[in-house]
Design a protein around this ligand. Structure first.
Ligand code: GDP
Length: 440
């Protein structure tokens, strides 16, 4: 079962419980049975599901609950907390230090998505203002050099590799030395994989590890392997000092729940998930945000992070959001910045209630944003700052002035209302406050 279906199943099981007249042992058993079945279909290990049920039962002792307590709310909260635990390894992830070289080595089986993910990670840091570099030490797979060179060129990231040198240790060492001298802050080494875990692969990984002395080793794993993730992550962790994990191919039809929970059970911190074949398709992994999004509640920490990423040069815009103020001008700025980043579907996916808007996804979404920006160009300062309402006759004038259909003007204003409502929710302000203080 794909993750969206898992989320729907759990949400509907919770909704059924919410609508029952009496909440008793039987209701809870039924709820846990349905959640357990859904998790099992998403490939989550049975032992983890059993443990989760036990934890939930232990936290909800119906006979000991005070009269008048909102049992439904309590049950929902406990289920939510336990779902988070399922994908949270409870171990802090390594973080690079600014102003010094941070060497990161990637390991994983062939086809897991290593070469794609090294560029994604370098690009992630580059966008945040770090100087990054890529090294291809995969001398095993024909084509690895060209693939990484092309990706690096596309992302405008310095690259080192050699088509002639067959010793991965020599290439890795030389590349790291060069980029350290050049003052790169994030130096990522892509190593070779094999079709299966074997002694040769682990021996090579260890040699490269000894040569480049990485600050962090990232293990890349394909989400579609499901429950086998536990054994694979354990094997890599015990061979080289794996510090973090990236789980790829979480888009599409993989049963990602199995991989996420299995890896978390090995106490390997999951730092990112790969969500597509393109360079920006890498999402920071946050257990709470992930479960929130799974249950259709949106991923507010991710959304706020994206806003921070897209409006770094305009701290006032962040302040406005923190203070619960959201105007058409803010929306225009956001749209302009989002357009610079490419497809907007990621941004929209993280908004509660907006994730299903068909008109705002992929390239079509980008065209729509451009149309909206055109319309907003025709607004007066007072209208942009929310100091003057936009009347129906004015909408027609704006449509004419921007060369758009009046329907689109109405659509934009409706869209704005939805954004405004979302941004004004107290919860979002709290999250934004946390982020402003350096949290979340
Ligand atoms: P490597 O052998 O581990 O270096 O794997 P590659 O980086 O060459 O990736 C293998 C295939 O998986 C390629 O076709 C990639 O485009 C694809 N891939 C990697 N990450 C993702 C992802 O997050 N989502 C999707 N859909 N495909 C991915």
């Amino acid at each position: 079962m794909v993750l969206s279906e898992l989320g729907n199943k759990i949400s509907s099981a919770l909704a059924v419980m919410n609508n029952t007249t009496i909440v008793n042992e039987e209701t809870i058993n039924q709820l846990l049975k349905e959640i357990g079945n859904a998790l099992s279909l998403a490939d989550v290990q049975m032992s983890l599901i059993i443990q989760m049920r036990k934890n939930i039962m232990a936290k909800i002792k119906l006979d000991q609950l005070a009269a008048g307590l909102n049992k439904r709310k309590l049950i929902k909260r406990v289920v939510y907390e336990e779902l988070i635990k399922l994908v949270d390894p409870g171990v802090p992830a390594w973080k690079p230090t600014k102003g010094k070289p941070n060497v990161i080595m990637f390991v994983g089986l062939q086809g897991a998505g290593k070469t794609t993910s090294v560029t994604k990670l370098a690009y992630f840091y580059k966008r945040k203002g770090w100087s990054t570099a890529l090294i291809c030490a995969d001398t095993f797979r024909a084509g690895a050099f060209i693939q990484l060179q092309q990706n690096a060129t596309k992302a405008k990231i310095p690259f080192y590799g050699s088509e002639d040198e067959k010793d991965p240790v020599a290439v890795a060492k030389k590349g790291v030395d060069i980029f350290k001298k050049e003052g790169a802050e994030i130096i990522i080494v892509d190593t070779s994989g094999r079709h299966k875990q074997d002694a040769e692969l682990f021996a090579e990984m260890k040699q490269v590890e000894q040569a480049v002395k990485p600050d962090n080793v990232i293990f890349v794993m394909d989400s579609s392997i499901g429950q086998a993730a536990y054994d694979q992550a354990t094997a890599f962790k015990s061979s080289v000092g794996v510090g973090s994990v990236i789980i790829t191919k979480m888009d599409g039809h993989s049963k990602g729940g199995g991989a996420l929970s299995a890896v978390a059970a090995t106490k390997c911190p999951i730092i990112f998930i790969g969500t597509g074949e393109h360079i920006p398709d890498l999402d920071l992994f946050n257990a709470e945000g992930f479960i929130s999004k799974l249950l259709g509640m949106g991923d507010m920490p991710a959304m706020m992070q994206m806003i921070k990423d897209v409006v770094p040069e305009d701290p006032k815009a962040i302040d406005d959001i923190v203070n619960g103020k959201f105007t058409l001008r803010n929306m225009k700025q956001h749209f302009q910045q989002i357009l610079k980043l490419g497809p907007i579907d990621k941004f929209v996916q993280n908004l509660p209630g907006l994730s299903n808007l068909p008109q705002l996804s992929g390239n079509e979404g980008n065209l729509k944003l451009k149309a909206y920006i055109n319309i907003m160009d025709s607004l007066s300062d007072k209208e942009l700052d929310g100091k003057k309402p936009i009347t129906r006759p004015r909408m027609l004038v704006i449509a004419q002035g921007s060369g758009r259909h009046p329907r689109e003007v109405i659509e934009l204003l409706e869209q704005f209302k939805m954004f405004e409502k979302t941004f004004k929710q107290k919860g979002i302000q709290n999250i934004a406050n946390n982020m402003a203080k350096g949290g979340a």
